[in-house]
Design a protein around this ligand. Structure first.
Ligand code: ZN
Length: 230
């Protein structure tokens, strides 16, 4: 089972729309973790919206309720910078959040989601674009077992898709233009260089052809509500 996810991280609308086009051309579903209010994440038919709170600076409950006010159908969360502590977890339990996905298990085969004692399901991340750049990994599809019991959650950032980020150097050079899509484009790697964008396109094609692309609430239904993971 494959789930493609995106952390929006305040990307400009043109950058988010660029990612959406790659998915929608192949009718592949994904989960978007939203940091802010934007019309491009409203009324998406194929995709799921969850929240991506930035907990740096405290007031956890306010940050969660501000985002849920914008995306009232969201049933999941992943924190910016994977920040999670017992107070936040307790709040998620109290509001009945379905899933939480701030857990790096990069490259670990055979992981399964599990139910946190406070009731929500934790969904580990198997691959992430900026971590792959930091690890100086290659940009081929990672090895995945076709076994239906294996879960592979991919975590992309639209800005890295837009830049076709293949190294942290490229991102460092580009980030001063973060909110200027035209200038940002001039810093992007061409698709002749393997990077985040070429890998996403390969993955989307693979998911479309194998009809294997789940939103995270579907992952919860399949894994965590089965008897093996209660
Ligand atoms: Zn983030």
């Amino acid at each position: 089972m494959i789930a493609i996810t995106f952390d929006i991280d305040w990307a400009p609308d043109a950058v988010i729309e660029d990612t959406l086009r790659i998915l929608d051309e192949q009718n592949v579903s994904a989960t978007f973790f939203a940091t802010h209010d934007t019309p491009v994440l409203k009324d998406l038919r194929n995709h799921e919206i969850a929240i991506h709170p930035d907990f740096r600076g405290g007031d956890y409950e306010q940050k969660v309720s501000d985002l849920l006010a914008v995306y009232p159908d969201a049933v999941g969360a992943r924190s910016h910078a994977y920040y999670l502590n017992s107070q936040i977890a307790k709040h998620y339990g109290a509001i009945g959040l379905q899933y939480e996905s701030s857990l790096e298990m990069i490259g670990v085969q055979g992981v399964r989601p599990f139910r946190h004692w406070l009731g929500f399901v934790r969904i580990p991340v198997f691959w992430e674009d900026d971590i792959n750049a930091a690890m100086e990994g290659d940009w081929d599809l990672p090895r995945m077992d076709s076994d239906s019991k294996s879960l592979y959650v991919f975590d992309f950032h639209p800005v890295h898709v837009y830049l076709n980020t293949e190294s942290l150097d490229r991102y460092e050079r580009a980030r001063k233009y973060y909110h200027q899509p035209e200038e940002l484009k001039s810093c992007a790697a061409p698709e002749t260089i393997p990077g985040t964008r070429t890998l996403l396109k390969q993955l989307v094609k693979y998911c479309s052809e194998s009809n294997n692309h789940s939103r995270l609430s579907e992952v919860v239904d399949v894994f965590a509500n089965s008897r093996n993971c209660s």
